[in-house]
Design a protein around this ligand. Structure first.
Ligand code: COA
Length: 259
């Protein structure tokens, strides 16, 4: 499917989705939100893809929801927009394939929330993070008030949410918002290296690991552990598990088929 505001490249089982509206710092309008939902739905079932990298064109990852699009909306429409964005980002978080945000520049508001919905975050030294919605008389509405405290804890999350301050990549690393910070010119290569490391592992195991972590985070520990056992056991039905363990015992590299 062709996309007007996204660029999609697939090579070596890595899909790179580039948000491409640089003149507006990749601000998220309705069309872009629809295209993001569509591309992740397509990639989830594309057998040629094992890992997805999400990045932005130009000097922003995403500078937030399109403020022009929300300035005059009614309370009902704002609630609908929030629910739609949340659904789209939740689908990214529930993707059976790891999604790596390669944060190239501004990740503000909805852009920060989009990065938070990804599984891993690699930041350029130029990246900037923040949830400035309160400066507009709003609150983060695409999951930011929920994912940020779950990721870094209530106190540091509330500091960002209540001040609306923008922080640089090094501070984002210190707070645990990003997994690593790299020189700008090496950002995509670093994200691809992460992807290649993941691609060496059993694809079904990767999907089940993502599921176990996401299922478990909001369950009581005992229920989450029971779910982990169920998912662990389900891997006994895969040829990948037989291959991975046999390869170790035979002192050879495993050759996974994703089944
Ligand atoms: N929504 C709509 N348009 C946006 C936008 C957003 N969230 N963020 C940037 N843009 C547009 C600007 O209006 C400008 O458009 P124009 O050239 O037609 O005037 C263009 O992108 C470039 O942005 P500009 O503000 O001129 O760049 P800058 O380098 O001076 O500042 C930012 C960069 C990111 C600090 C600034 O654009 C900003 O604060 N953006 C809004 C961030 C925000 O509040 N996000 C949360 C939204 S809920």
């Amino acid at each position: 499917m062709p996309y007007a505001l996204l660029q999609l490249d697939i090579s070596d089982r890595i899909a790179t989705v580039t948000i491409n509206r640089p003149d507006k710092l990749n601000a998220l309008n309705d069309q872009m939100m629809g295209e993001i939902a569509a591309v992740f739905a397509d990639l989830a079932t594309n057998a040629a893809v094992g890992v997805i990298i999400l990045t932005g064109a130009g000097r922003a990852f995403v500078a937030g929801a399109d403020i022009a699009n929300i300035a005059t909306q009614s309370a009902e429409t704002l609630e609908t927009l929030s629910a739609l964005g949340q659904r789209t980002f939740r689908a990214i978080e529930r993707s059976p394939k790891p999604v790596i945000a390669a944060v190239n520049g501004f990740a503000l508001g909805g852009g920060c929330e989009l990065a938070l919905a990804c599984h891993l975050r690699v930041a350029s030294e130029h990246a900037k993070f923040g949830l400035p919605e309160v400066k507009l008389g709003l609150i983060p509405g695409y999951g930011g008030t929920q994912r940020l405290p779950r990721l870094i804890g209530r106190g540091p999350a509330l500091q960002l949410i209540l001040t609306g301050d923008t922080i640089d990549a090094v501070e984002a690393l210190r707070l645990g918002i990003v997994n690593s910070v790299v020189e700008h010119s090496t950002l995509l290569d670093t994200a691809r290296a992460f992807a290649q490391t993941i691609l060496k592992n059993g694809p079904v195991a990767i999907a089940r690991a993502l599921q176990s972590v996401d299922d478990g985070l909001d369950r009581p520990l005992d229920a989450a552990l029971a779910n982990e056992s169920k998912l662990f056991g389900s891997l006994g039905q895969t040829t990948d598990m037989r291959e991975g363990t046999a390869a170790f015992l035979e002192k050879r590299p495993a050759s996974f088929r994703g089944e």
